[in-house]
Design a protein around this ligand. Structure first.
Ligand code: FPP
Ligand code: MG
Length: 331
């Protein structure tokens, strides 16, 4: 089973999610559905809703309106994150087109992000399930902490690898883990099954962001949906750059230090760093780490028995997909 088989298997449920996503951002304030349409119509692979749905099926639950609503909640929180993150990072291109902040300005991007968060809260109020509200709030807190930590450590080469992994854990793994936790909570899974699903989501989320960080240095724009080199331009010290720095001689260390301080880097600077990374295999180092996390994610599902274990293969396929889309473009 590969990723296409998974999207085929969940085709009808994915369309129900799309309908829910489009229905719930309606408002009589025209800018909101205007930006909502631009951002959310055919936008993204819906990875978080997908793992939530597969996790629910794994636990023997049917995909009813309640599951769909929670899929919509995780996608809204994720979309709000991107709306805010693109303002913080001053990003102008995402998913192959202009970001909302580039097209409508930062204020609109922040405010529509706020709308999606408040809409999610309202949707959660329908059930008023305190376990779910707590899980969503805890993960959102981690997510924001991750964003603040990344912002605070921008342009700092003194950070450790552990710090980079902690940022990733908070800013990205938190929402993947939440999606899997919601699958377990909505299915009344037992504590062991819940833990296995949370472990899957966490490890998968770590790998997902490490792949994104690796691809930001070594990928085609058509595959990435944005020009590579964004992290380098924005002074984000992600794992490939940190690995290069740690393995550099004194003169290269000085060059990297001055690149990281420079807000007007050129394509030539990026290509120079990329060339050095090929020598130290810094992108491979990041990819290997991502691969380890993916293997750990898949293994965690095998630590317990689930009512419908055949859906483990669907989660494996989603995990493999995030790795293969990079390898495919390099081979
Ligand atoms: C994307 O990482 C950023 C995040 C996953 C989280 C950043 C968090 C915030 C901005 C806080 C927002 C919080 C709420 C509740 C709306 P990236 O910049 O590496 O990914 P990218 O390359 O896709 O931009
Ligand atoms: Mg960003």
């Amino acid at each position: 089973m590969d990723f296409n088989d998974v999207t085929r298997l969940f085709k009808d449920d994915l369309s129900r999610i799309e309908s829910s996503i489009q229905k719930n951002y309606q408002s009589d304030v025209p800018l909101i559905p205007g930006i909502g349409d631009y951002l959310l119509k055919n936008g993204g692979k819906r990875v978080r809703p997908l793992i939530l749905m597969i996790g629910a099926k794994l636990c023997g639950r049917e995909i009813d309106e309640r599951v769909i609503r929670h899929c919509c909640v995780v996608e809204y929180i994720h979309s709000a994150t991107l709306l805010h993150d693109d303002v913080v990072d001053e990003t102008t291109v995402r998913r192959g087109r202009q970001t909302v902040n580039a097209k409508w300005g930062s204020d609109a991007s922040i405010l529509v992000g706020d709308f999606l968060i408040s809409r999610s809260t309202l949707m959660l109020a329908t059930d008023c399930d305190s376990r779910i509200i707590k899980a969503v709030s805890e993960s959102t807190k981690l997510l924001v902490e991750g964003g603040v930590m990344e912002y605070s450590s921008a342009r700092k080469l003194s950070v450790s690898e552990q710090h980079c992994l902690d940022v990733i854990h908070r800013k990205t793994a938190s929402m993947m883990s939440l999606s899997c936790e919601l699958a377990a909570l909505l299915s009344e899974a037992n504590p062991e099954q819940e833990k296995a699903l949370i472990d899957f989501g966490t490890q998968f989320g770590m790998a997902f962001q490490l792949m994104d960080d690796a691809m930001d240095y070594d990928s085609e724009e058509s595959n990435l949906g944005k020009p590579p080199g964004n992290d380098f331009q924005e002074g984000h010290v992600t794992l490939p750059l940190l690995h290069l720095y740690k393995n550099a001689d004194r003169s290269l260390k000085k060059e990297i230090e001055s690149f990281v301080k420079n807000e007007n880097l050129t394509q030539k600077d990026f290509e120079y760093v990329l060339e050095r990374m090929r020598e130290t295999k810094s992108v491979e180092y990041t990819l290997d780490l991502a691969r380890d996390y993916l293997e750990r994610a898949k293994s965690s599902l095998r630590t317990v028995t689930f009512p419908q274990p055949e859906y483990c293969k669907a989660l494996d396929a989603v995990a493999d997909y995030i790795y293969e889309r990079h390898v495919a473009v390099r081979s």
